[in-house]
Design a protein around this ligand. Structure first.
Ligand SMILES: Nc1ncnc2c1ncn2[C@@H]1O[C@H](COP(=O)(O)OP(=O)(O)OP(=O)(O)O)[C@@H](O)[C@H]1O
Ligand SMILES: [Mg+2]
Length: 477
């Protein structure tokens, strides 16, 4: 998930100039919800909701089932009328403008294609109704077919194609009219992961090329993080937080958002102000600097002479490195020949020369709070936290990828001992579930940068989990 957050940061950083109209006091929003409430009988589906969405935004609505995402979109498209409050489009109040008079197109969560029309005709339908000339329609439909990779199915009827293909037809149909504002309710839900990712990039591309404003509902957080300029996280008819994907991920404003987006560890405790610098870490680890990378690989013992296999001759080595590596991976001896000066490796032996103490109190960022946990548990240091939280019950929200796991006590500002209960191997990363001494479970995630990771740490092992004083976000309970 952090990759995704970083990607979208990179995406917005690359755009010239940076696209963030929501920070520009002079920017005029395209869509404005002003204290909008929608009730069905005595049930409140949308609760005094206020939000601005700007032209050319790719705006994602995220939230659990039933929180009001579709209702919000249906009001925007004109299929529902707010019970209270107003909706403005381009500064004009549109509460009573019928759907077909709004420059808005909506692809419904349960879209329906015309069963008696071919794929081609389904996509052309709206254009024909608008009275476009046939050359224009031909070109436009071909373009949409290409975009959604449906060229081969143009002549088929909806019942002759798969569910994912039908969804792409619906998407092509809603894009064909090039609306100014496109509302997409779970547009990619029926696509397999790979096609879904490709279509996400196509959507971003279309969005950039056409300047369309997109509002998308998705249950897939990664999708929201990938495509969106901003994400709104909803709960029971309200918006809990609206921000860029990176902010939503790295600085959630509540336990609800932290817990809803991505994987997170929630460590509860009582906050106290950090008046005095934290005591130095245990001397036993004073030599070990905080590892830049997770320790799992580097903690493996260096090869002993007995480990070495016979060395290939020069020709054999060349042959292996040039061709066989692709199939067999690097030569095991080649790996073993390389015990580099590994600054990331934890102190293993008495011979290791002393290294500077990275966890001396002066090195821990000042300020913030300490979080007292159960008896016998060391307090957690959260240097970036608001000291005003002192005296309150708080939750430290900590992403698993910010937690390291090692056999030796790490030199990070926070270090807790526990036992490995479970290991989930996810291909690119492994997640270790560690039970702390007070019974709390904590997840530590590590990138599998080598093809066959040495399973140095395994089930039931006693390990340390570590994280820096700025790794987490402290939230009020
Ligand atoms: N016409 C209706 N009459 C009564 N209740 C409704 C109506 N439409 C929606 N609701 C209720 O309003 C709430 C919000 O529904 P909505 O369809 O907006 O949810 P959603 O966030 O889109 O959920 P999902 O992710 O499951 O699609 C739900 O509790 C739903 O039951
Ligand atoms: Mg819905």
């Amino acid at each position: 998930m952090s990759d995704i957050a970083t990607n979208s940061q990179a995406k917005s950083a690359a755009a010239q100039p940076v696209f963030e109209p929501w920070n520009d006091p002079d920017a005029k929003p395209l869509i404005q919800f002003r204290d909008v409430t929608k009730r069905f009988g005595d049930f409140t589906a949308i609760d005094t909701l206020t939000i601005d969405i700007f032209e050319q935004e790719f705006f994602a609505l995220l939230g659990p089932s039933g929180c009001g995402k579709t209702t919000l979109m249906r009001m925007l498209a004109g299929f529902e009328t707010p019970t209270e409050g107003h909706i403005l489009l381009g500064g004009e109040q549109i509460d009573h403008v019928p759907p077909n008079k709004r420059a808005v197109n909506m692809m419904f969560q349960s879209y329906a294609l015309f069963p008696h029309l071919s794929v081609w005709e389904n996509i052309a339908f709206g254009l024909k109704r608008e009275g476009k000339d046939s050359a224009f329609i031909d070109a436009r439909v071909e373009e949409m077919l290409r975009l959604t990779r449906l060229e081969r199915f143009a002549k088929r009827k909806p019942h002759q194609i798969s569910g994912g293909q039908r969804q792409r037809v619906a998407l092509a149909r809603s894009l064909a009219k090039a609306p100014k504002l496109l509302l997409l309710d779970e547009p990619l839900g029926a696509l397999d992961r790979k096609l879904r990712e490709e279509t996400q990039f196509e959507l971003m591309d279309i969005q950039e090329k056409t300047g369309t404003t997109f509002v998308i509902v998705t249950h897939d957080q990664e999708e929201a993080m990938t495509v969106a300029s901003r994400v709104a996280v909803m709960d029971e008819g309200r918006i809990v937080q609206v921000a860029t994907p990176a902010v939503i991920y790295e600085a959630p404003n509540s336990v609800y958002v932290a817990d809803f987006i991505g994987d997170v560890n929630l460590l509860r405790g009582a906050a106290t102000a950090r008046s005095t610098p934290a005591p130095p870490e245990q001397t036993a680890v004073a030599e070990a600097p905080a590892p830049a990378e997770p320790l799992l690989e580097s903690a493996a013992p260096l090869p002993t002479p007995q480990d070495r296999t016979p060395q290939p001759n020069a020709a054999g080595a060349w042959l292996h490195d040039r061709f066989l590596t692709r199939i067999l991976g690097p030569r095991p001896d080649a790996v073993k020949r390389l015990p580099p000066p590994d600054h990331a490796a934890p102190a293993k032996t008495a011979e290791t020369p002393p290294k500077p103490d990275r966890t001396a109190p002066q090195d821990i960022p000042e300020g913030g709070i300490e979080i007292a946990r159960g008896e016998g548990q060391p307090p957690l240091i959260a240097a970036a936290a608001d000291p005003a939280l002192a005296g309150k019950p708080v939750v430290l929200a900590l992403r698993p990828e910010k937690v390291s796991i090692s056999r030796e006590r790490p030199a990070t500002h926070n270090a807790l001992q526990g036992k490995v209960i479970d290991i989930a191997y996810l291909g690119n990363v492994s997640t270790y579930h560690v039970e702390l001494q007070d019974g709390q479970m904590i997840k530590a995630q590590m990138a599998n940068t080598r093809r066959i990771a040495r399973r140095d740490i395994t089930w039931e092992d006693t390990v340390w989990v570590g994280f820096s004083a700025t790794a987490g976000v402290v939230l009020e309970e």
